[in-house]
Design a protein around this ligand. Structure first.
Ligand SMILES: Nc1ncnc2c1ncn2[C@@H]1O[C@H](COP(=O)(O)OP(=O)(O)O)[C@@H](O)[C@H]1O
Ligand SMILES: [Mg+2]
Length: 313
């Protein structure tokens, strides 16, 4: 089964193109059409093989949560004319990613384990174990690097360096906590814990919008809620529902995105198992059944769906 590795559409009305790690973005003046491809990235590297259906899964999860949170924070999304496509407002992105954490996992845990007790300006108490719940959610922002790895940064540095104004940052913070609370509550209804996630924001006509994708397995970590406490008490690994399983497999095969390391070869079986996991994630997180249909002509369908919207643009 083939996957969508890239698109090469030529839309007469298009005003620009950006190839992200995962998504292909077509600009149309003050709008953009984002095609979620099946590319997968880990440790900021795009892996050689794409994962069938992954784009469709991601786009639909993001749309589900953007719709569910639109009353809390205005967001960019206006239309999903195809399960792999999102269309909406083109905003001027802030050069930070608002990472928010309710638990000590992933990068923050690695920093903590190395002895740090202040992460991105946030003080952490002694005596925490991996995956422990934090006393309260914290924001650990990163700079949005256009090449290479995103770097940790603190609120103070963001404001002092003029990356975001103090006034705008106050709103980004408020929105981030409100979204995380809603995401946490929606996860809970599905028997999940939203461990951490990241949001991107942008500006249009002097108004701040939530942009990009939210609460997807690529941008978030989820645990199964059932048995969480028992597993923590026994210091067992948590049951994850996120891209973490791909990262773990890569690490186990000697790849952490560092220079000189090469990506282990993914067999067809490995690729198929990742597809299955993404579909499981979709169904668990949204509570909806995933439709695999119409795979054969989807590139042409995606192109047509976008062209139809912008034919008179
Ligand atoms: N509404 C929007 N306005 C402007 N840029 C956006 C909007 N929504 C998403 N983006 C940008 O589109 C890109 C999506 O593709 P992605 O594969 O995530 O790229 P990247 O490798 O830059 O993370 C991101 O760079 C994201 O910041
Ligand atoms: Mg991205």
């Amino acid at each position: 089964m083939d996957s969508i590795k890239e698109t090469n559409f030529k839309f007469p009305a298009s005003t620009g193109f950006y190839k992200g790690k995962v998504r292909d973005v077509y600009y149309f003046k003050d709008k953009l059409a984002v095609v979620a491809t099946d590319r997968i990235s880990a440790f900021d590297v795009v892996l050689p093989r794409a994962i069938p259906y992954k784009g469709k899964v991601l786009n639909q999860i993001a749309a589900h949560f953007l719709q569910a949170t639109s009353a809390i924070v205005p967001n960019w999304l206006e239309l999903t004319p195809h399960p792999s496509v999102s269309i909406g407002k083109k905003c001027e992105p802030f050069a930070v990613e608002m990472v928010v954490r309710g638990y000590l996992a992933g990068h923050a845990w690695r920093e903590y384990k190395a002895g740090k007790r202040v992460v991105c300006g946030e003080a952490l108490p002694d005596g925490l174990k991996e995956n422990d719940r934090l006393p309260y959610p914290i924001i650990t922002p990163t700079t949005k690097a256009y090449k290479g790895h995103d770097e940790d940064i603190s609120e103070q540095e963001i404001i002092n360096q003029g990356i975001v104004s103090a006034e705008d940052y106050a709103l980004l913070k408020k929105y981030t906590f409100a979204l995380f609370e809603k995401g946490t509550q929606m996860a809970k209804e599905r028997g999940l814990i939203l461990v951490d996630t990241k949001y991107e924001f942008g500006k249009l006509d002097n108004k701040i919008y939530l942009i990009d994708e939210i609460h997807t397995p690529d941008s978030s970590r989820y645990f199964y809620a059932e048995g969480y406490e028992q597993r923590q008490a026994k210091e067992e690994a948590q049951r994850q529902l996120s891209k973490e399983f791909v990262r773990e497999w890569l690490i186990a095969n000697g790849f952490q995105g560092k220079e000189g390391q090469s990506v282990p070869e993914m067999t067809d079986e490995k690729v198929a198992s990742i597809t299955d996991r993404y579909i499981e994630l979709y169904e668990h997180i949204t509570g909806k059944k995933f439709e695999k249909s119409n795979y054969e002509n989807r590139l042409a369908e995606i192109e047509k769906a976008i062209q139809n919207i912008f034919s008179n643009f």
